[in-house]
Unconditional design. Structure first.
Length: 373
């Protein structure tokens, strides 16, 4: 029995006895009756020989998700038996809860099906080869795909001294892995697929395709059908409600000056959610969460369950300062947020640098679309 079959069996045994499986297959949750929150934060210990790739495989989280949640830990050689925060609590993405939603900034895929959501880490396009933001769908599914290397990729890699063949047959050298699903966008150029190099999952590591752990793509491949919608978004900030409290989740934006990482829309989303749920907002906490970019939901509400009128008045006091800036540019929005929180660092910018590239980006075999099979 192969590794995938064993882990799949163990997963369902874990579910049967009420445990959340952490075996390299999808984290699976029932959709909340109220609000936007699923999962829980976990803690594990680094074992001898561990790095963030091996820990990520065990818990089905991505490399940069672990880096965001553990900024003080060496991702290549974490302290043996040292504690590692596993960021497995999520605010569901701000999109319709049907089919597949991929949040590029989060490096994570969500599949909504039959009252549940399954979620997987993914690798996405590296700088210069970005994965497109779009609403698309699956138009073909292929087991044991052949990679027909696009000429643009062969040319680009040749300039780096790597000479790729015109096609790569199924097998261990194929960067598509054992399963591939073609998307309709750009004439079928982009794929969701497995990999022969798990270090690229949870990073900006591909040539535009969506890369998954081998066990994950096998599971998703069996669940979805041709025609399944795929919504690819880029949201570095997510706002959520758990029934009593308001949360903000902040990730490192893929690029500078991209709408998905803008402070202005995030402030408006927090404002709207607070008004909807009749709670006040701790704007100093909002600024802190936005700046820290730890990739985990953090409470940012005050007056939860308290007097709705007082909460609204508290919001008004802070939000007038923010609205006064009109968020016409990124710096103005950041300063407005600092003003609203009465912070001493007025004018400082919240860090939003580019997400680091995978270490093997310049030498990896890449994984653009197969071309015509």
């Amino acid at each position: 029995m192969n590794k995938t079959r064993v882990t799949s069996l163990l997963k369902w045994v874990a579910l049967a006895i009420g445990l959340q499986p952490v075996l390299g297959l999808a984290l699976t949750f029932s959709l909340p009756m109220e609000g936007d929150m699923v999962g829980r934060i976990q803690t594990t210990q680094a074992e001898p020989g561990d790095d963030f790739v091996s820990i990520g495989e065990r818990f089905d989280v991505g490399y940069y998700e672990l880096m965001e949640a553990n900024p003080e830990v060496n991702p290549h050689a974490p302290k043996i038996w040292g504690n590692i925060t596993v960021p497995t609590r999520f605010i569901l993405p701000p999109a319709q809860r049907s089919g597949i939603v991929v949040n590029l900034a989060e490096l994570r895929l969500y599949y909504f099906h039959d009252g549940k959501v399954l979620t997987f880490p993914v690798g996405v396009g590296r700088e210069g080869w970005g994965t497109p933001v779009c609403l698309t769908k699956i138009v073909a599914k292929t087991k044991l795909p052949t990679w027909n290397v696009p000429e643009s990729i062969r040319t680009a890699r040749a300039q780096e001294g790597v000479h790729l063949p015109k096609s790569v047959p199924p097998g261990p050298e194929n960067p598509l892995g054992d399963y591939a699903m073609r998307l309709s966008v750009s004439g079928g150029t982009y794929l969701m697929h497995g990999t022969n190099d798990v270090t690229g999952v949870g990073r900006r590591s591909s040539s535009g395709c969506i890369r998954m752990f081998p066990e994950d793509i096998e599971e998703l491949f069996a669940l979805v059908s041709v025609g399944t919608p795929v919504n690819i978004i880029n949201e570095a900030f997510k706002v959520g409600w758990d029934g009593t409290r308001l949360y903000l989740e902040s990730h490192v934006p893929l690029d500078r000056d991209v709408a998905g990482g803008s402070i202005g829309p995030m402030v408006e989303a927090v404002k709207a959610a607070a008004q909807k749920h009749h709670v006040g907002v701790d704007w100093a906490r909002v600024a802190q969460v936005a700046e820290n970019q730890e990739g985990m939901p953090m409470v940012v509400s005050v007056n939860a369950g308290g007097d709705a009128h007082l909460a609204a008045m508290e919001d008004l006091k802070h939000l007038k300062a923010i609205e006064g800036s009109h968020a016409e540019d990124e710096k103005a929005a950041r300063v407005a947020l600092a003003d609203a929180s009465n912070a001493d660092e007025e004018g400082d910018e919240v860090a939003s640098g580019e997400l680091p590239q995978a270490e093997n980006d310049s030498t990896s075999s890449g994984d653009p679309a197969m071309g015509n099979e």
